[in-house]
Write a protein that binds this ligand. Structure first.
Ligand SMILES: C[S@@+](CC[C@H](N)C(=O)[O-])C[C@H]1O[C@@H](n2cnc3c(N)ncnc32)[C@H](O)[C@@H]1O
Length: 369
């Protein structure tokens, strides 16, 4: 049974309240240990993907003995890891000790449509875990632990380590369907074409918009490595897209009416974010729109929020952060834009719609940062 994402989203506060209640009734040390060991099952899951167990189970249920034989693994170790994962609804052990993937576990197999296997692999890579281990140094200095460990910014590192860049791009591509369709459903793109997806990766958000609006056209703009899979990812929609490589600190593509920045600004500090927005503003026509797709931090404390989780990831990796509506408005004001409204979607992300503060002055843009 597929439960609509909007319903899940509406139910999330109650589920999180239930999880919080559970922690409050557990012995406090146990609640603490659950959090401290959360990385163990995550890494166990990642290991099953790396050695091919998830892919193999997606084809047929199998015993650890069969998996060991077919994949050249150690049977006892496989059994122990699968038993751990059965407690997290990733696999289910059936008769005769045969394991199968659950409805959640299916998405660990690479061949499953909209698989998130690449994100699971990305989340546990040594180049991320090393910085995580030194997050205390970020707490002391404010410098992203990634830069402390690797001596370069995350995006510099990704472009000089092609395997890292590839995995990052495919991890982002694997999660984009979770919000791409939600964005296309939440906003009326019927009068806003062409739509430029700036920092659009391989184009999944743009693809969702173009699929929902068959008369719209698009421009996909990103670094050369990130757009290399665009023809394949965009599929039938590729015919309606101009794909352009470039650096959004230098320029953004001209000629669009709507500029989408999905999960882009949160990677950058305020000065860099304002530079990107200013470049967008220079190209924005008088009736143009800028749509920021990101989680918007709320002002209610003591709540679980997806934004707080990704904010911690930004703290670790880059100099960016998640922002509140007021913080977005401050950025917009300095880039010659202002927010019109914040539109919730059925995913964790909202759409912040902005327009030029002074549409008549768009062409010059000399006053901009
Ligand atoms: C977190 S990903 C978001 C991808 C996509 N918009 C999405 O929502 O799934 C950030 C994107 O910014 C791109 N990016 C980073 N630096 C860039 C630059 N200087 N110029 C253009 N794109 C850049 C990355 O390649 C990456 O695709």
């Amino acid at each position: 049974m597929k439960i609509p994402l909007a319903l899940v989203r509406a139910a999330t506060p109650f589920v999180m309240w239930g999880a919080s209640l559970r922690r409050r009734v557990l012995p406090p040390q146990l609640a603490m240990l659950e959090l401290a060991t959360a990385i163990w099952p995550a890494l166990a899951l990642r290991a099953t993907i790396k050695v091919g167990v998830a892919d193999r189970l997606a084809k047929h249920p199998a015993t650890p003995g069969e998996l060991a034989r077919d994949l050249g693994l150690h049977e006892q170790s496989v059994r122990r890891v699968l038993r751990l994962l059965s407690g997290y609804d990733i696999v289910r052990e059936g008769r005769g000790g045969r394991f199968e993937l659950t409805r959640i576990g299916r998405y660990a197999a690479r061949d499953t449509r909209e698989s998130v296997a690449d994100f699971v692999r990305y989340a546990g890579e040594a180049w991320q875990l090393g910085p995580m281990e030194r997050l205390d140094e970020t707490l002391r200095t404010g410098v992203p632990a990634f830069e402390i460990v690797h001596g370069s910014t995350f995006f510099e590192y990704a472009s000089s380590h092609p395997e890292v860049g590839e995995l990052f791009d495919s991890a982002m591509t694997s999660v984009a369907p979770l919000y791409g369709a939600a964005v296309a459903n939440a906003y009326d793109f019927s009068q806003t074409s062409p739509v430029a997806d700036v920092g659009g990766g391989s184009g999944l958000v743009l693809r969702a918009i173009l699929r929902a609006y068959p008369n719209a056209t698009g421009v996909l703009f990103d670094l050369p490595g990130a757009i290399s899979h665009a023809p394949h990812v965009l599929g039938e929609e590729y015919a309606r897209v101009r794909v352009e490589a470039g650096d959004f600190f230098d320029r953004v593509p001209p000629g669009a009416r709507t500029y989408v920045l999905s999960h882009v600004l949160h990677n950058w500090d305020d000065e860099r974010a304002i530079k990107i927005l200013s470049n967008v503003r220079k190209e924005l026509p008088a009736d143009g729109r800028v749509l920021i797709v990101e989680t918007v931090l709320g002002d209610k404390p003591n709540r679980w929020s997806a934004g707080n989780l990704t904010d911690a990831q930004m703290l670790l990796l880059v100099r960016g952060r998640e922002r509140s509506r007021v913080e977005f408005e401050t950025l917009f004001a300095r880039a010659g834009l202002h927010a019109v409204r914040v539109i919730p979607t059925s995913a964790a992300e909202s759409i912040i719609e902005a327009v030029a503060s002074n549409p008549a002055g768009v062409a010059g843009g000399d006053d901009l940062v």
